[in-house]
Design a protein around this ligand. Structure first.
Ligand code: NDP
Length: 241
């Protein structure tokens, strides 16, 4: 039985990834921090398709909770796909950023991903595929998210370093850098803001969580067997580095 572990898999992009990998036959372990109800709904939906799934409460900034996650028997049996998806984006103007806020963002987006990988590392199969959800802002920066952008830049650079280190074993590590995706992160947009975002994207639409989940499925498949250390921008042409 192939197993996929998805952090923050209970809502938004993570929920779409959990559902997509389940549809490809993976047994799903998804983690949540605050959204237990939504996570259980995703698990129920997956179980209704006759695929095993479980939700585990884990704040990725808490090293003890991450250590506990790694003791789950499904993880001990071996992980085929690890999706480091969790993240926070608080929209703080770069010039107003305080050190506590920067630390909190780094602890979640960057160190949290590192902690999860570190804790489950010994359970990753020799051909494991690791997908890291970065952001276009990790390359281009943002006046409303210097902390977020820096955390995603660190995450991507760490992932590319890891890719080079574990490649001889057969493991692959890739980064997906989404543009605008319709999740709670954009839920605060006014109708005007939403329209202006759509107009800004050359493909003239906001991305869906399923757009990102499809790319994760590709990176988890053998169709991407020669791709590692890549940053794949999934953004409708919004940003072309
Ligand atoms: P959401 O805000 O909808 O979801 C964020 C997820 O991260 C939730 O599952 C949440 O869990 C989890 N999370 C947050 N903090 C922690 C924590 N301390 N420990 C464990 N889990 C945590 O965002 P998206 O689905 O949009 O984002 C998913 C990823 O995609 C993120 O990494 C984000 O940065 C990235 N991204 C999103 C873009 C977008 O436009 N939506 C654009 C570019 C990148 P819970 O709810 O249980 O607390």
């Amino acid at each position: 039985m192939r197993t996929a572990l998805i952090t923050g898999g209970g809502r938004g992009i993570g929920a779409a990834v959990s559902r997509r990998l389940a549809s490809e036959g993976y047994r799903i372990i998804l983690t949540y921090c605050n959204s237990g109800k939504q996570a259980e709904m995703v698990v129920d939906d997956i179980r209704n398709t006759n695929i095993d799934a479980v939700a585990v409460n884990c704040d990725v900034t808490d090293i003890r909770e991450v250590a506990l996650l790694a003791t789950h028997p499904w993880i001990a049996n071996g992980i085929d796909v690890l999706v480091l998806n969790h993240g926070r984006y608080d929209r703080v103007l770069a010039e107003n950023l305080e050190i506590d806020h920067l630390r909190r963002t780094m602890a979640t987006n960057f160190e949290g991903a590192f902690l999860v990988w570190k804790a489950v590392q010994k359970h990753l199969e020799d051909d494991a595929r690791i997908c890291v959800i970065g952001s276009q802002l990790g390359t281009r920066g943002s006046p409303h998210g210097a902390d977020y952008s820096a955390s995603k830049a660190a995450l991507a650079t760490w992932a590319r370093s890891l890719a080079q280190s574990v490649a001889p074993k057969g493991q692959r590590v890739n980064v997906i850098a989404p543009g605008f995706v319709a999740t709670d992160i954009l839920a605060g947009d006014s109708a005007e803001k939403r329209t202006s975002r759509e107009q800004e994207v050359p493909l003239k639409r906001i991305g869906t969580p399923e757009d990102i989940a499809g790319t994760v499925a590709f990176l988890a498949s053998n169709d991407s067997s020669y791709i590692t250390g890549a940053v794949i921008h999934v953004n409708g042409g919004l940003y072309l580095p």
